[in-house]
Design a protein around this ligand. Structure first.
Ligand SMILES: Nc1nc2c(ncn2[C@@H]2O[C@H](COP(=O)(O)OP(=O)(O)OP(=O)(O)O)[C@@H](O)[C@H]2O)c(=O)[nH]1
Ligand SMILES: C[S@@+](CC[C@H](N)C(=O)[O-])C[C@H]1O[C@@H](n2cnc3c(N)ncnc32)[C@H](O)[C@@H]1O
Ligand code: SF4
Ligand code: SF4
Length: 373
């Protein structure tokens, strides 16, 4: 649907004294639109900034100064924001993320409450998988739809080097259990790092195809705490395809991309004579946020663990919904602030033009874990 009315026009109607029923209806139709004609329907909500891994591309070795319990949104505040998003602002999909969402003791309760309020809402979780073996069944029963688990290496030492924790076996147990309880499709996210795990691309794909998981390779973005990202060190999508083509034959997936960050490829195994096996073994996704950005079709709105809207992953501005909620504001006021924040959404990568490697790009102060990846 095309935006038929911008936020400034709606503001004028409000100030001009148009009735609440008219402005509420128009506001609902506008949803979370922005100045570039996009409309956010996908809510990514961070449950915590804490994490039990220290991935080098995300967290500093010593961790960060965590938010206090009082600063975090409570389960009921989360449920209220999701309800406002779904009922008033056109949210159609929810992703719970972090930090590490599994470290929240009330995660199952949060999922259960949202599911009761919204029986049809797709609810997914992005996790590092630690402790998932114990929680997967309860999450499925509470109404979680599907899960994405991050795993960069199947090699114990490499995993420990990348995450700074020797916990590979526990993550593998979590992934296996997610599949067993039917949190499908289980998607697995891998960031490739030059000279560390880029030699493992084919092995990771072989493992995922064999076990029925949907693997996605992710270009590393400049969102690390150590500010050590460089364009030269980043493994690009083109390189990833080249690495995989040694052992597999990739053909574009004809399915609609529909705003998804991952470009999907059908995979056939390469036979010893170099030709493709006749059978499609599965698919692989490549998320090329840097070299092939998908910002023009972005449908995302983010809420951080302390209840602030970020219109873009790379935003430099946040808008505080939690403080408003706690001050006794009604749902309409919270919805309006959310709409205002999204109207200002930058075109791409936190700027009004594309280019994470542009000289004007300024890395946000917060890391991926603190933003909510
Ligand atoms: N540029 C950009 N990259 C993102 C954004 N959200 C997620 N990503 C990247 O995409 C990766 C995968 O995100 P996931 O949380 O697994 O989920 P998804 O791929 O967004 O969604 P599904 O395919 O529907 O499961 C993340 O690790 C990020 O690197 C975003 O808003 N902008
Ligand atoms: C921030 S984490 C939060 C959820 C959970 N802790 C996890 O790791 O899945 C979400 C995703 O962001 C990805 N990520 C973190 N830092 C990144 C970076 N600098 N560039 C690209 N992806 C990154 C991780 O690989 C993970 O798949
Ligand atoms: S990527 Fe996820 S698991 Fe790794 S440090 Fe960041 S928040 Fe933790
Ligand atoms: S960088 Fe910003 S605009 Fe681009 S896809 Fe991510 S959230 Fe959307």
């Amino acid at each position: 649907m095309k935006t038929f009315l911008g936020l400034p026009a709606l503001q004028s109607l409000r100030l001009g004294g148009a009735g609440a029923s008219t402005t509420d209806a128009l506001s609902g139709a506008l949803g979370l639109a922005d100045r570039y004609g996009r409309r956010a329907t996908d809510l990514r909500l961070s449950l915590t900034d804490k994490c039990n891994l220290r991935c080098t591309y995300c967290m500093p070795a010593g961790g960060l100064e965590w938010l206090s319990r009082q600063q975090l949104m409570s389960a009921s505040e989360i449920a209220r924001l999701v309800r406002i998003g779904v009922e008033q602002l056109g949210i159609r999909e929810l992703r719970l993320t972090g930090g590490e969402p599994l470290v929240r003791p009330d995660l199952v309760e949060i999922v259960g409450t949202i599911r009761t309020n919204h029986p049809k809402l797709p609810i997914s979780l992005t996790t590092n998988g630690l402790g998932l073996d114990k929680k997967a069944r309860a999450l499925k029963d509470a109404g979680l739809t599907r899960i994405n688990v991050s795993l960069d290496s199947l090699h114990r030492d490499t995993f420990a080097q990348l995450t700074r924790r020797p916990l590979l076996d526990r993550v593998l147990a979590g992934i296996e259990e997610a599949g067993r309880v039917g949190l499908e499709p289980v998607k697995v996210n891998s960031v490739l790092m030059r000279g560390i795990n880029d030699g493992e691309a084919s092995r990771l794909l072989d493992w995922a195809l064999t076990n029925g998981f949907e693997l996605r390779f992710i270009e590393q973005m400049p969102l690390d705490a150590d500010h050590s990202w460089t364009r030269e060190d980043m493994i690009t999508a083109a390189e990833i395809r080249g690495l995989l083509e040694r052992d597999f034959v990739l053909t574009p997936d004809p399915g609609r991309r529909d705003g998804a960050p991952a470009e999907r490829w059908k995979v056939r195994r390469r036979q010893s004579d170099g030709t493709a096996d006749g059978r499609i073994a599965g698919s692989v996704g490549i998320i090329a946020s840097v070299t092939e950005p998908f910002c023009a079709d972005c449908r995302r709105t983010r809420v951080t663990a302390e209840g602030r809207v970020r219109s873009c992953l790379f935003s430099h501005e946040e808008s505080d919904l939690l403080q408003l909620l706690r001050s006794g504001a009604d749902d309409a006021a919270v919805a309006w602030r959310w709409q205002e924040a999204m109207w200002g959404k930058p075109k791409a990568h936190g700027m009004d033009h594309t280019g994470l490697d542009a000289p004007e790009y300024v890395q946000p102060q917060r890391t991926m874990s603190a933003i909510g990846g």
